[in-house]
Ligand binder design. Structure first.
Ligand SMILES: [Zn+2]
Length: 243
């Protein structure tokens, strides 16, 4: 899975990711490739990350892999279970709700910060990013659509230029990718292009409150496409089975 060609091997997309993620992340190819695989739904929740296999795939020693897994565990992307190993996290319904709650707090603040300092060049980059999303959608490149949708939100954080906020947004964005994979209804687009464009346009016109309202509506739409009643249903089924 990790050896197949990834979009990072295509020059255009490498540039985009480099813009979005900080310079320190560029140095860590293994970490980056695992994150990319999560963002593109190639690594799914519950997947066991076997140190030895990863060491073979990336041709590094197991210590190096352990360092990457520890970082991913710290960020909540990987869950470590004693005596069993490391797994791609499977956020619960409750965790999913908390992640959206955190995004509703963070993303309006990012928009307010960006509008206060953004220039025309930054808005052009945001529009260019949405154009890439649209192209991926038209090409039916689902993996790219999922990744680019999440990266739009990261790009806003990156433009605000605060490393702690970029870190928070990246983690929330990755966890959202896992949540979408766990709970999404099939055939529902993760982030409709026109909603991203509306947010950019409101910011461009200096309509901060409107941009915040549109972003919150956008997050509501994403959450609404998820079936977060799954876990409750499962519990009812268990009672039925053992009752
Ligand atoms: Zn979005």
């Amino acid at each position: 899975m990790l050896t197949e060609e990834t979009p990072t091997s295509r020059p255009r997309k490498v540039r985009t990711r480099d813009q979005i993620l900080g310079a320190s992340d560029k140095r860590d190819g293994i970490y980056e490739r695992i994150l990319n695989a999560v963002m593109e739904h190639r690594l799914i929740p519950g997947t066991k990350l076997v140190e030895e296999k990863l060491a073979g795939v990336f041709q590094v020693n197991r210590t190096r892999i352990r360092e990457v897994l520890a970082r991913l565990a710290y960020e909540g992307i990987v869950t470590t279970i004693p005596n069993r190993g490391a797994f791609i996290a499977s956020p619960s319904v409750e965790e999913a709700r908390l992640i959206f709650q955190a995004r509703r707090i963070l993303e309006p603040a990012l928009i307010r910060s960006l509008v206060a300092k953004a220039d025309g060049e930054q808005f052009q980059r945001l529009h260019a990013h949405v154009a890439q999303e649209r192209a991926a959608r038209e090409a039916a490149d689902t993996r790219a659509v999922i990744r680019l949708s999440g990266e739009f939100h990261l790009l806003i954080a990156q433009m605000v230029d605060s490393p702690p906020l970029i870190k928070l947004m990246r983690e929330l964005s990755l966890l959202t990718c896992l949540i979408i994979l766990l709970y999404d209804s099939p055939n529902v687009p993760a982030c409709p292009n026109h909603e991203h464009t509306e947010v950019i346009q409101a910011m461009e016109q200096g309509q901060v409150d409107e941009a915040v309202r549109l972003m919150l509506g956008h997050l509501d739409h994403i959450e609404a496409t998820l079936d977060l009643s799954l876990e409750e249903d499962t519990e009812v089924d268990l009672e039925h089975i053992f009752g």
